[in-house]
Design a protein around this ligand. Structure first.
Ligand code: PFF
Length: 436
């Protein structure tokens, strides 16, 4: 068998992993959920969950990936044996395919908005524009274009494709977001937005603690790309000398900064135009932002920069979703990377195309189904790292960890006892919201 591809540098791994984490979840889902769930109260809960659940959970996935040195199917087979290992690995493959099917449709919307923003095509009638382009044949076309971009990157492999692209795109996303956040500060009438987002409201938090916990936990998993096996796959290309705890902290902090920055742009801008961002779900945020850009001087330029930034972020996340099934075909069946990329992309062209034609199925898949699949996947990873492979997990945590070594035992205890409860709660709240 040919030698496995690997990251050229540990920094390359970190950038690619932040690239996976920072995506539509940060710029599209996070501001919308924050607005819907009381602003600052949600932000506080989310930050607590990132620290308490996201960081240890991500470490669990990294530990399994680097220990197994394979994609989820092979890694879990060698770590816990058949048939449970491969079954869970296959579940991960299905999860990433389902996710990329919807992610690529939204990526297509973003691609379209990036291309038409310079001429302000949607400025006149933002709601109608969104309605016409979001589902149907045009949406299928843009979904295919977005998918083609991702496939072209994965085609070239881990070091020559994913790592190279992430090294350029991720810093670009950060710089552009900082620029946009600074520009937002110069806009009039944004004070109420900043107050809503940053002014801590303890009473609201106390009164709505339980109802905020579910969506905040779901968002913490989604934004850190947890439970899909994509982070496990990325860690499988990592050398043994890298410190996993340190890398995890850097990745989680960078991803959080990117999410918070996005909120500093979207929320004040919406408030500045008197739009209540908590109303009407994800599509509404699209429409609302589009109308904000339409009514600002220089709006076409800002809109173009904004959507281009979102597009870059979506691409670096999309590639991690495609890499997981592609690498599984390569590792497990010896298929060449190029063939595997073309094959999996053709499949997603069809499944995503179907979603772009059926808005109600799309809503179910992009919301509850994905949340459920990620929670189930993460629950299984936690059980393996915390219970089945505890000794190996501690060993892997400590390899190259330096002084953070001392945290290995508290980490494994958190993974075994605290995290499964939170993940189950999040799962339960998704089911309850489905029933309600
Ligand atoms: N973390 C990505 C985002 O916030 O947009 C979404 C994601 C990518 C989830 C890859 C899971 C995954 F495996």
């Amino acid at each position: 068998m040919a030698t496995r591809d690997s990251w050229v540098s540990n920094l390359g791994f970190v950038l690619a992993a932040v690239g996976s984490a920072a995506g539509l979840g940060n710029i599209w889902r996070f501001p919308w959920l924050t607005a819907e769930n009381g602003g600052s109260a949600f932000l506080v809960m989310y930050l607590l969950l990132i620290i308490g659940v996201g960081v240890p959970g991500l470490l669990a996935e990294f530990v399994l990936g680097r220990r197994g040195k394979q994609t989820p199917t092979g890694a879990l087979r060698s770590l816990i044996g058949s048939p449970e290992g491969p079954a869970l690995g296959s579940f991960n493959v299905v999860t990433t395919i389902v996710m990329l099917s919807f992610y690529s449709v939204v990526g297509g919307w973003i691609l379209r908005y990036t291309l038409v923003s310079p001429v302000g095509a949607y400025f006149g009638q933002p709601a109608q524009y969104f309605g016409q382009m979001s589902y149907g044949l045009q949406a299928v076309g843009f979904h295919l274009a977005f998918l083609a971009i991702i496939a072209a990157i994965v085609f070239f492999g881990v070091s020559r494709g994913i790592e190279r692209v992430s090294k350029v795109m991720l810093p670009a996303v950060v710089v552009l977001l900082i620029g946009l956040a600074a520009w937002t500060m110069t806009q009039p009438d944004t004070a109420a937005g900043y107050a809503f987002y940053l002014g801590f409201d303890g009473e609201y938090l106390a009164a709505n603690f339980v109802s905020i916990l579910g969506p905040a936990a779901g968002q913490a998993l989604f934004t850190l790309s947890l439970g899909a096996g994509a982070m496990l796959t990325y860690a499988s290309y990592l050398e043994d000398d890298a410190s996993l705890p340190r890398a995890t902290l850097v990745i989680a902090i960078s991803n959080t900064v990117i999410g918070v920055l996005a909120g500093l742009i979207v929320i004040p801008l919406l408030f500045s135009q008197g739009i209540d961002p908590g109303q009407g779900g994800p599509g509404a945020l699209f429409v609302a932002l589009a109308s904000v850009f339409g009514s600002l001087p220089g709006g076409a330029v800002v809109a173009t920069v904004f959507f281009a930034t979102v597009l870059l972020a979506a691409v670096t996340s999309g590639i991690s979703l495609l890499e997981t099934p592609v690498a599984t075909l390569v590792d497990e069946y010896g298929v060449s990377r190029r063939r595997a990329t073309v094959g999996v992309s053709l499949l997603i062209a069809v499944t995503g195309g179907g979603l772009a034609l059926a808005s109600s199925v799309f809503r179910f898949v992009s919301g509850p189904l994905v949340d459920i699949m990620l929670s189930v996947g993460l629950f299984a990873f936690l059980a393996i790292a915390g219970w089945i492979l505890r000794t190996e997990a501690i060993e892997e945590f400590s390899a190259g960890a330096g002084r953070l070594d001392a945290l290995a035992t508290p980490w494994v205890m958190t993974v075994s006892w605290v995290l499964p409860v939170v993940v189950l709660f999040s799962l339960l709240s998704t089911f309850t919201s489905l029933a309600g």
